[in-house]
Design a protein around this ligand. Structure first.
Ligand code: AMP
Length: 394
């Protein structure tokens, strides 16, 4: 059975076509600069990469071209072959605790959550509507980034703020990157061959979050009401003392919107290093002993380690610590810094394995006598979407 996994952004649309239940990726691609000048798309079919320029005034135009490409590349012989389309939806509020079939009610809810995810949910909805129109026979499934974290208890997700802010306005911790945390914690439990286990997942990408997972259920996570909480990120500040904001507003006359942009786009590694939000650029400068690049790494590592320590205690010990996403999967330097700091817990790194496991390789980077098994597990949010969609399409 063929299933599409879709991730629609405001000006982009990523997809993967799967043969299920084998989980074979038949074709994948991304449409970029939708609604802008200079739009184009790239496709990957059996290892071959194709790039084409094309006007893409809307997401619907991108979906129309996608269908053409699927047909002309003989991925499908008719649209009827696509049984299910799974969509990544960033925010499912407190309501959605798992993926679900998209109905009128779900569409309304996604819209109702716009204020909670103003950059993402509108784009996700546009993507869903474009597919509903162009491939009407397929079922559509919404896979929420927040759903995996819905098992958090009130004492973990509430902020110590007026209770009516929670009741009236939904102010609480939601957590994000849910499909990644779910995929990686499941995979770690498989590799440990232990369903009942305590796992700490470090999703360290341009955005980053750490989560505590007990018996495959999320107990706590570092992102909060928005993705700007928790660890230091590429260009997001992570946790700060909120009182900095009124202080800086008074000092500079900047508006709250300007500060929001600064906190999300001009903070984090970018701000401290003064170089870039990309860890590769910063690591290059570390090799040249650049003081601010080194400082940025320390800040980052400190924030990750503080969450691992917190979750180690919250879980009452850990069977595994997992590294995933761009930095977690590819930077032995960052993993080394983090694991060294965990030596007080009895964590021991296997140097060769740590150097070896990069660029999509999965495995253990701790020694056999390490108190906690440390894994590198390349994340796969797309396959989680495809699996959930397949379950509804069967
Ligand atoms: P993601 O958001 O998961 O796509 O991760 C993107 C981040 O991964 C970027 O900030 C890159 O700096 C980082 N990254 C990718 N490859 C490497 C690498 N080889 N070494 C260090 N960081 C990397």
């Amino acid at each position: 059975m063929k299933v599409l996994s879709v991730n629609a952004g405001s000006s982009s649309l990523k997809f993967q076509l799967y043969e299920m239940p084998e989980e074979n990726v038949l074709m994948k691609g991304v449409f970029e600069r939708i609604g802008l000048e200079g739009s184009f798309y790239t496709l990957k079919i059996q290892g071959e990469k194709i790039k084409k320029e094309a006007p893409l005034p809307s997401h619907e135009d991108a979906v129309a071209i996608l269908i053409q490409e699927l047909l002309s590349n003989q991925m499908i012989s008719s649209l009827e072959e696509i049984k299910g389309i799974g969509h990544r939806v960033v925010h499912g509020g407190s309501k959605y605790k798992g993926s679900c079939l998209i109905t009128e009610e779900v569409l309304k809810d996604i819209e109702e959550f716009f204020p909670l995810a103003p950059l993402h949910n509108p784009a996700n909805l546009i993507g869903i509507q474009a597919f509903m129109k162009n491939i009407p026979n397929a079922i559509e499934v919404a896979c929420f980034d927040t759903a995996f974290h819905q098992t958090m208890e009130e004492e973990r997700f509430l902020y110590a703020l007026p209770y009516e802010w929670y009741e009236k306005y939904g102010v609480r911790k939601y957590g994000f990157h849910g499909m990644s945390h779910q995929y990686v914690s499941r995979r770690a439990s498989e590799l440990l061959d232990k369903k009942f286990s305590n796992i700490i997942v470090c999703h360290l990408g341009n955005g980053g979050s750490v989560s505590a997972v007990r018996d495959l259920k999320c107990v706590d996570t570092s992102m909060g009401f928005t993705p700007n909480a928790g660890i230091v990120m590429g260009s997001r500040s992570g946790d700060i003392d909120y009182s900095i904001l009124p202080y800086i507003m008074k000092q500079t006359g900047k508006s709250i919107e300007e500060l929001d942009t600064i906190l999300n786009k001009q903070s984090g590694m970018y701000a401290i290093s003064g170089i870039s939000s990309d860890f590769r650029d910063i690591e290059e400068k570390i090799a040249e002993k650049d003081r601010r690049a080194i400082m940025a790494h320390y800040l980052f590592v400190n924030s990750v380690v503080s969450y691992i320590a917190k979750y180690y205690v919250e879980l009452g010990g850990a069977d595994a610590i997992c590294f995933t996403a761009g930095v977690g999967e590819n930077s032995p330097h960052v993993r080394n810094m983090i694991m060294k700091r965990l030596s007080c817990l009895g964590v021991k790194m296997d140097r060769d394995k740590n150097e070896e496991l990069r660029f999509g390789k999965e495995g253990v980077i701790s020694t056999p006598d390490s108190s906690i098994t440390c894994f590198v597990i390349p994340t796969d949010e797309e396959v989680m979407i495809a699996r959930d969609t397949y379950e509804f399409s069967k």
